[in-house]
Design a protein around this ligand. Structure first.
Ligand code: DGL
Length: 286
């Protein structure tokens, strides 16, 4: 049910990821909620998160959410499965007033729809080892064979914009082929960078294998949350979309432009949000 309109509904939605992968979520949000203004942070100087500690990922996520709040974010979308798997409870406790919608691997629909009973979950090392994925598998995986496959190197390729070519195809085949060989008829894209490798995954898997990306469901859930809070802005599309990065914007802007399918301006994340701050007690050295 929709709540009465809130005066804050014209404020932007903040979206972040370790890098450019979250653009696969941003484009679904754009499609579902075209009137909303969007602020996107690519923490590319700190990618990949999939090889970092939980403390490090929590600290980076806190910093970025604080930056998004400074931009006036009325809600935040965690467009990173690794952050969800390791840090979502911490973030919800740290920002109790902020509506936070988070992506997670589509284990439930995969387990419900597989015919062979074998599902491959492609994710970062940290997501594969995370309590979040462990909980999803325990809750929804009963009676199914779930193959959890870490894919080191894929995030770095997408960050460099290397989406095609023999070397990227070989890197994709290295982790997809063993899952197909074990009978997987369903593949779950458990990292937001991976939808940008979908043409290569499809080339290997063929049309009979279903490939699940939860990004459209995240956009629908965001719409429901905004409606319920009276925070949905639905007039005068399209809303403005702004981008920031912790890496060199001159390097990142062309990659974002390719993935977003339009030229973009990318701002530099201010210095105070670039490094881990030593006063925060749970940090590890970068
Ligand atoms: N795109 C992210 C995810 O969904 C994280 C990738 C990484 O930095 O390791 O997990």
């Amino acid at each position: 049910m929709s709540a009465a309109p809130d005066p804050n509904r014209n404020r932007p939605i903040g979206v972040f990821d370790s890098g450019v992968g979250g653009l696969s979520v941003l484009r679904e949000i754009r499609r579902a909620l075209p009137a909303e203004a969007l602020c996107y942070v690519a923490d590319s100087a700190h990618a990949p998160y999939g090889d970092k500690s939980a403390d490090y990922i929590e600290a980076r996520s806190r910093q970025i959410i604080r930056f998004l709040q400074q931009q006036g974010a009325k809600a935040v979308v965690v467009a990173c499965n690794t952050v969800t798997g390791l840090a979502i409870e911490h973030l919800r406790q740290t920002f109790p007033q902020l509506p936070i919608v988070a992506i997670e691997p589509a284990v439930k629909p995969a387990a419900q729809s597989t015919r062979s009973g074998v599902v491959g979950v492609l994710a970062t090392r940290q997501t594969v080892a995370s309590p979040g994925l462990e909980r999803l598998v325990r809750t929804h995986g009963c009676g199914k064979h779930l193959l959890l496959q870490a894919c080191p190197g894929w995030v770095e390729r997408v960050e460099r914009g290397e989406l095609t070519g023999a070397a990227t195809l070989a890197a994709v085949a290295q982790y997809v082929q063993p899952l197909l060989d074990q009978g997987a008829d369903t593949l779950v894209l458990g990292c937001t960078h991976y939808p940008f490798l979908l043409p290569l995954i499809r080339q290997l898997a063929g049309a009979a294998v279903q490939v699940l990306d939860p990004a459209p469901a995240v956009a629908r859930e965001l719409g429901r949350r905004l409606d319920a809070l009276g925070l949905r802005h639905d007039s005068d599309p399209p809303g403005e979309v702004r981008f920031w990065t912790s890496a060199d914007p001159r390097r990142i802007a062309p990659v974002i432009g390719t993935l977003w399918d339009a030229p973009v301006e990318v701002g530099q994340l201010p210095a105070s949000f670039m490094r881990l701050i030593s006063t925060e007690p749970t940090l590890l050295a970068p």
